[in-house]
Design a protein. Structure first.
Lengths: 302, 318
């Protein structure tokens, strides 16, 4: 909606509506200085590290360490040697696979738990439901940095150390609170009358959940799902603490601990690894931008 | 023939209705629905939280169960200059990064709230730093902060000629501290900007029109309308931001690992270093537990300092 109005705002009516504003202070030059210049600076600063990452990943080593002869902002002879090295000389594909597996499994686990919990809290309206909701919200405020040491001892005692299950089971601690709150907000926006109608028609609670509420909450489910996927893909501290063997590390941990070896950093390979590791999330993101924005802002507004 | 058919039909109908009625019995249904989420959180969040607090009062090491030692860990930490340095840097890091993030984030949100071409594309680009894995963007910053091949040094020294020597971003204590804060601000701006933008969009334009008719200046409109109406959402975003900045781990671990000479250790990185590679689980747990009072204080401060005017949200207490 807002995009549509923004796009239409160049029309004459929008101009007319803005007229008082324009008269007081908003001359064209001023608009450029106060709006477009700062915005351009913001965008350049926010994007520069990615550009730099990409440029480094495709530069041959000779260019990488010679700013005098080659312009550092451009690649004279692009190479895919760094990516090749990554894919064939390291366990990078394996790390990608592990990360994907862990992210997908923990996302589905969290979604399953959160849908049921959110439905119970928002729609079954039992006694004390708001306290359960509050408790789940407070759980979101407990940061992983406080939990990883006791969790490490637990994981070790449960015999899950160094297995993907250690991550699949611990990631929901930060995914479930987030998803539950997001879905409570979504369920709230679905008219309760629909469920009442179904109830009168003789549907059971489970039928209502699976056939009426869930189909209507699909946008919410997508938001929660992609968000959980992103959060699990980006998770670092648990993966660092609970996984030891080189093959079963996740991408963020593996790049930092396996590719950084010795005194000479292979910046080309490091940047190529970072770029490839960001890519799945970035692709995901580009398809679902609006879901990301709505889940980000929705979770905060609740 | 018809009689047996009816009997069979009745059987089929009664069988599921018993099970279905069990699932329609509300207490059981509530229990079953809450079981996965609450169970997961109790086992993997509440229990470890308690266990962590208990560990802080023992002398547990990796591979050896501990026994109760009372406040010994905390007494030891109280005399440890590295710990106090981590406390200082955690507070400093959080304070400076939060101010920077919110000042720049609010500015960006105000810019994005104007009529712009390609608005949704710009918004999508803005969120990118927040979407990519922190560690991976931190590695990019590490490369940007390289002492020999830093692109920032190249621009300042070789292109602009403002300095004669390259920056030593991570080589000594204070430059390293500020470099990490800059990277944290870079990563935090999108989150703040997009959340505040959502808050800005809920403010009715008619308020600005009314103020404009009454002759309010742009600055007055900002301080009298935008800021008060943004306060509730600002309080929540700030609470989150402070908590996750104070307990930050990835950025520091990826870029400096606490160096040079322990000057950039945050409490989380120090807890990790002592607890996991160092093997002193109890000491690590004590450092982690020492973060809790700061977090509680910060949360209460932002929440009660800024969010008390709940009616501004236009909703009841929910």
């Amino acid at each position: 909606m807002t995009e549509a109005t923004a796009a239409a705002s160049d029309g004459p009516e929008a101009r007319a509506a803005l007229a008082p504003e324009l008269m007081t202070w908003d001359s064209k030059a001023r608009r450029v200085v106060t709006l477009y210049v700062p915005l351009a600076c913001f965008l350049i600063i926010l994007l520069f590290p990615f550009y730099w990452m990409a440029v480094t990943a495709f530069k041959p080593n000779a260019e990488l360490y010679d700013y005098k002869q080659y312009n550092p902002f451009w690649i004279s002879s692009p190479t895919i040697a760094h990516i090749k090295h990554l894919l064939f000389n390291t366990s990078y594909p394996r790390w990608l696979w592990t990360t994907m597996l862990v992210a997908i499994a923990s996302t589905f686990l969290s979604l399953f738990a959160s849908v049921l919990a959110a439905y119970a809290i928002q729609r079954l309206r039992f006694k004390g439901s708001q306290y359960v909701g509050l408790g789940i919200y407070l759980a979101y405020l407990v940061p992983p940095s406080i939990l990883f040491i006791p969790l490490a001892t637990m994981v070790f005692r449960l015999g899950l150390f160094d297995t993907p299950f250690a991550l699949i089971l611990t990631y929901p601690t930060f995914l479930v609170p987030f998803c539950t709150w997001l879905l409570i907000g979504y369920f709230k926006s679905i008219p309760y009358e629909l469920e009442e109608c179904a109830l009168i028609d003789g549907a059971t609670r489970l039928q209502i959940l699976t056939q009426i509420t869930l189909p209507l909450a699909v946008p919410g489910l997508i938001s929660a799902g992609i968000f959980s996927f992103t959060l699990s893909w980006n998770e670092f501290i648990y993966a660092l603490a609970f996984i030891q063997s080189s093959e079963s590390k996740t991408v963020p941990v593996a790049i930092l601990t396996e590719l950084v070896s010795g005194d000479v950093y292979q910046w080309g390979a490091l940047m190529a690894g970072s770029l490839l590791g960001s890519l799945p999330v970035a692709i995901f993101y580009s398809f679902f931008v609006d879901y990301y924005v709505s889940s980000l802002t929705g979770a905060v507004k609740e | 023939m018809s009689a047996t058919a009816t009997a069979a039909w009745k059987n089929v109908r009664q069988e599921p209705s018993w099970l279905v009625r069990l699932f329609d019995w509300k207490p059981l249904l509530v229990f079953l629905c809450l079981l996965p989420a609450v169970g997961l959180l109790l086992v993997f969040l509440t229990y470890p939280l308690g266990l962590g607090i208990w560990l802080a009062f023992t002398d547990t090491m990796i591979g050896r169960g501990g026994s109760w030692v009372g406040l010994e860990n905390f007494e030891y930490l109280a005399e440890d200059p590295v710990f106090w340095n981590a406390v200082f840097y955690s507070v400093f890091y959080t304070a400076v990064a939060t101010v920077g993030k919110f000042a720049l984030g609010l500015w960006l949100a105000l810019l994005l709230n104007q009529h712009l071409p390609f608005k949704s594309l710009i918004r999508a680009i803005v969120l990118l730093p927040w979407i990519t894995p922190t560690v991976l963007s931190a590695i990019a910053f590490w490369w940007i902060y390289d002492p020999q091949f830093s692109i920032v040094s190249y621009i300042v020294v070789d292109v602009l000629g403002l300095r004669t020597t390259y920056f030593d971003f991570l080589g000594s204590a204070w430059p390293a501290r500020y470099s990490l804060i800059a990277a944290n601000i870079w990563r935090g701006i999108p989150f703040v900007a997009i959340c505040l933008l959502a808050g800005l969009q809920t403010i009715s334009p008619s308020l600005y029109e009314a103020a404009l008719l009454d002759g309010a200046t742009a600055w007055q409109r900002f301080t009298q309308i935008t800021v008060p109406l943004l306060m509730p959402i600002l309080a929540i975003v700030m609470t989150f931001s402070i908590i996750f900045t104070f307990t930050d781990f990835q950025l520091v671990y990826a870029i400096t690992r606490g160096g040079p000479v322990n000057s950039t250790h945050l409490m989380a990185t120090l807890a990790f270093q002592r607890g996991i590679p160092g093997g002193q689980l109890a000491e690590g747990a004590a450092i982690a537990v020492a973060m809790i009072p700061f977090l509680v204080f910060a949360t209460l401060f932002t929440y009660f300092g800024m969010a008390r005017r709940k009616w501004q949200q236009g909703e009841g207490n929910d």
